[in-house]
Design a protein around this ligand. Structure first.
Ligand code: SF4
Length: 340
């Protein structure tokens, strides 16, 4: 928001590009979980574009992004976040969009350079002094890549040399301290801004990364579909055995969301007592389903009852009921909790 604003304020026509990888925190999570109901249900990229009064292009990169996540040339950060490769990919994609009339991106304007909000030293993996030229080089943007917030720490770029932007009006921010950015935001008249530090991408989340690694191990290949990675954002995930996993809603909003997947998974529901919906992922045996039903009963209001009736509905709609004894809490192994 700040980088775009300071360049737009110099009279440059700026448009935004937002890449949807499938791992974004906002949108899905805040829309699903009731505990987030007080948070604004907004797409921050759209909201920022609206604040700035600029056009925004939202680009679905789910398929292309797989190669970035699965084969990062520069490795992962603290979790499964391939931040450096991700930035190279996104800037390269922006270069590609600017060069391609087929996308319609260039309909009205010729875009001369690319702006990012990167700041040297702000992120440990991807925003370091050494990575700034690397991203510019490997993305193919070279000196058409301008980082207005830390430009004074970097060599002049094309936009500055050509006089399209005045370098003197750019900034010398560095490090993890966000106070200069917040002060600039206030100076520019902003009173609200999106979350500034890392919390916008599930790949930086240790628990999410553990669930993703578990998914890959269980399916025997490091691949995924959008549904897989969205479901990892929802519910309590328990893997009592290698061949099946339970996804148990933690609240009403999650139960409702999981309902949408009942035709793709076996769905377990407590019938005799109130309780969450549970999807069974994998290839469970009858005994596994019994165990799943006992675990689910433990998370239902019948947890202290002698018996709980649980229905199991197959994806085709066939349903049968099981009467089970809730599994004692002590018998629910900590190791079953994926990413807990
Ligand atoms: S936090 Fe996520 S979106 Fe951001 S650079 Fe890292 S991998 Fe990419």
């Amino acid at each position: 928001m700040l980088a775009a604003k300071v360049v737009a304020d110099q009279g440059v026509h700026v448009e935004g590009v937002n890449f949807f990888t499938g791992f974004c925190v906002e949108g899905h999570t805040h829309a699903i979980r009731e505990k987030h109901r007080l948070q604004p249900k907004r797409n921050n990229a759209l909201w920022v574009a609206e604040q700035l009064g600029i056009k925004l292009h939202i680009i679905d990169v789910i398929e292309e992004y797989k190669d970035v996540l699965l084969n990062p040339q520069h490795g992962y950060g603290a979790n499964l976040n391939p931040c450096l490769d991700c930035k190279v990919f996104m800037v390269a994609k922006a270069v590609e969009l600017c060069a391609s009339t087929a996308t319609g991106f260039m309909d009205e304007y010729d875009f001369d350079f690319i702006i990012t909000g990167e700041v040297i030293g702000q992120r440990p993996m991807s925003q370091r002094r050494e990575t700034m030229p690397l991203i510019a080089r490997e993305s193919g943007a070279d000196d058409r890549l301008l980082r207005p917030l830390c430009a004074k720490h970097l060599p002049e770029t094309l936009a500055e040399r050509e006089g399209w932007v005045d370098r003197e009006k750019l900034f010398d921010f560095h490090g993890r301290n966000r106070k200069p950015q917040i002060a600039l935001a206030k100076r520019l008249g902003f009173s609200d801004w999106s979350q500034p530090a890392g919390g916008c991408c599930f790949l930086t989340d240790a628990k999410y990364s553990a669930k993703l690694a578990d998914l890959w191990q269980a399916q025997g290949s490091r691949d995924y579909e959008l549904d897989d990675i969205v479901l990892l954002k929802v519910g309590r995930h328990l893997r009592p055995a290698a061949n099946f996993k339970l996804i148990i809603g933690r609240e009403h909003g999650e139960n409702q969301y999981l309902e949408g997947y009942r035709k793709q998974f076996i769905a377990l529901r407590p019938v005799s007592h109130k309780g969450p919906l549970c999807l069974v992922d994998g290839k469970p045996s009858s005994a596994d389903l019994q165990l799943g039903a006992r675990i689910l009963a433990r998370y239902s209001q019948g947890r202290d009852a002698r018996e709980v009736i649980v229905s199991a509905t197959l994806p085709g709609g066939e349903t049968r009921e099981m009467t089970v004894i809730p599994l004692p809490a002590a018998e629910i192994s900590r190791d079953w909790h994926v990413g807990a």
